[in-house]
Design a protein around this ligand. Structure first.
Ligand SMILES: N[C@@H](CCC(=O)N[C@@H](CS)C(=O)NCC(=O)O)C(=O)O
Length: 236
């Protein structure tokens, strides 16, 4: 099966959670928009294509299937790419964790866009500062503390009984947060040893290490979800 991934070019964004799974598994896939431009997504978003109607990218085309929502795409790919332990309980738990990651990603996004996604960060700076402070003080420790506990209850090293797409997404979360909130992440350091070790191990997996070195891995930037604005990471 040759998978087709559709996601905005120029940013890692939510597409990266899917891309990491495809890369880790060595799957055959085309990053359609990077090859053909953003316009390739439009027929799907307009409803001019058969199959499910996506609200927003990322979406994946697998044969005749069109699948949107990052967590749903990963729930579909997990068993096919060997990236989730077998059995209903493990598959459901993986999905639950991925949905929690998706919730967290929304909160990360809202630190720089607390008022409206359609406005520039510069138009909502003052609200962004307040939102980011609450995020750093309350939400970041709560979510990362939860994922630390998840790994403790998993096998001590991974979220589930073995390597899974959830581990890949946790790696992406930690990488993005290190980029966006280096000070806040330094303050969290002693509280998330398992999450840190997991992220390090994922970065050393052969296919992931090769991917991270490749030009397919875009750098984090101030167009994506994880943005570094010093004012949002300050202690004052
Ligand atoms: N819950 C969806 C969110 C998808 C989403 O918000 N995609 C963004 C790009 S990362 C987008 O293009 N949104 C357009 C919009 O919300 O109008 C997921 O996890 O895949």
């Amino acid at each position: 099966m040759r998978y087709e991934l559709y996601y905005w070019s120029g940013i890692q964004g939510r597409g990266e959670f899917v891309r990491l799974a495809l890369e880790d598994a060595g799957a055959d896939y085309i990053d359609v928009v990077r090859k053909c431009g953003d316009k390739a997504m439009m027929p799907f978003l307009r409803g001019a294509q058969d199959g499910a109607l996506p609200f927003a990218p990322p979406f994946l085309k697998a044969g005749r299937l069109v699948i949107a929502q990052t967590a749903t795409i990963l729930a579909y790919l997990g068993p096919r790419l060997g990236l989730v332990p077998g059995g209903q309980a493990a598959e459901l738990y993986a999905q639950q964790l991925q949905q929690t990651i998706a919730d967290f990603v929304v909160e990360v996004h809202d630190t720089h866009h607390p008022i409206a996604s359609s406005q520039y960060y510069e138009q909502q700076r003052s609200a962004a500062r307040k939102r980011a402070q609450a995020f750093r003080d309350e939400r970041l420790p709560k979510f990362l503390g939860y994922f630390e506990k998840v790994i403790e209850r998993g096998n001590g090293k991974q979220a589930l009984s073995r390597h899974s797409y959830v581990d890949l997404s946790l790696f992406q979360l930690v990488s993005g947060l290190d980029y966006a909130f280096p000070n806040a992440m330094r303050d969290m350091e002693n509280r998330i040893p398992r999450l840190r070790a997991l992220a390090e191990r994922v970065s050393q997996r052969a296919n992931i290490a090769a991917y991270l070195r490749s030009s397919r891995r875009l750098a984090f930037n101030e167009e994506g979800i994880f943005r570094h604005y010093p004012a949002l990471d300050s202690k004052g």
